[in-house]
Write a new protein. Structure first.
Length: 198
């Protein structure tokens, strides 16, 4: 087990040990912590698990997850190459939106996950996810535009579930997703330049 994997395992154990959001935990089947590579350059963050995710214990495994897998394939990646998680790690009852206090309670654990993985890009999926990291922005105006905040690059995208049955939004999400390789390349080039200067 790598150091990063060990860190992630520790964060997961801490959520269970501290009994985070006990009401949510009681109504859910299980904790849905995250899935993918601890060495990922890309971390995708959704809002909260749905029914399929709760049943399988993995994020993005329903119809929206299938769409996410298809978009990853379009840029030559598989799920095992990236890391996928949600802000809230338990399914809210009846798939309601997570409450602000639930998001706030889980946020330190999400930040710890990102600190462990140290991705090049954090891809926020949907409004809730974006607002946790880039407050005050409107997703309708800034989707597909990389933002650097406190040293981390974020890419706000529409949520695959919202785009799934909306033709124009679906195409917009695919177009935005296709920008990821170029953004990644630019970040890696910047890092190379900084390395040669130091």
């Amino acid at each position: 087990m790598s150091k990063k994997e060990a860190q992630l395992k520790k964060i997961k154990a801490e959520i269970l040990k501290q009994n985070i959001c006990p009401e949510l935990a009681a109504s859910a089947i299980q904790l849905v912590f995250g899935d993918g590579s601890a060495k990922a350059e890309l971390v995708f963050i959704g809002e909260a698990p749905g029914k399929s995710e709760d049943e399988q214990g993995l994020p993005f495994v329903g119809a929206a997850g299938q769409f996410l897998n298809e978009m990853l394939a379009m840029i030559g990646l598989k799920r095992k190459d990236v890391y996928i998680t949600n802000i809230v790690k338990y399914r809210p009852p009846d798939n309601r939106d997570p409450y602000p206090d639930e998001k706030a309670t889980f946020l330190p654990f999400l930040r710890a996950q990102l600190e462990a993985i140290k991705p090049k890009i954090v891809v926020t999926l949907g409004r809730h996810s974006m607002e946790c990291f880039l407050p005050g922005l409107q997703i309708s105006k800034c989707h597909g535009q990389p933002k650097r905040y406190q040293g981390q690059v974020y890419l706000p995208l529409f949520h695959p579930a919202a785009a799934l049955y909306n033709g124009s939004m679906r195409q917009t999400l695919i177009d935005d997703f296709m920008k990821i390789p170029a953004i990644l390349k630019k970040i890696n080039q910047e890092a190379k330049i900084i390395k040669t200067l130091s």
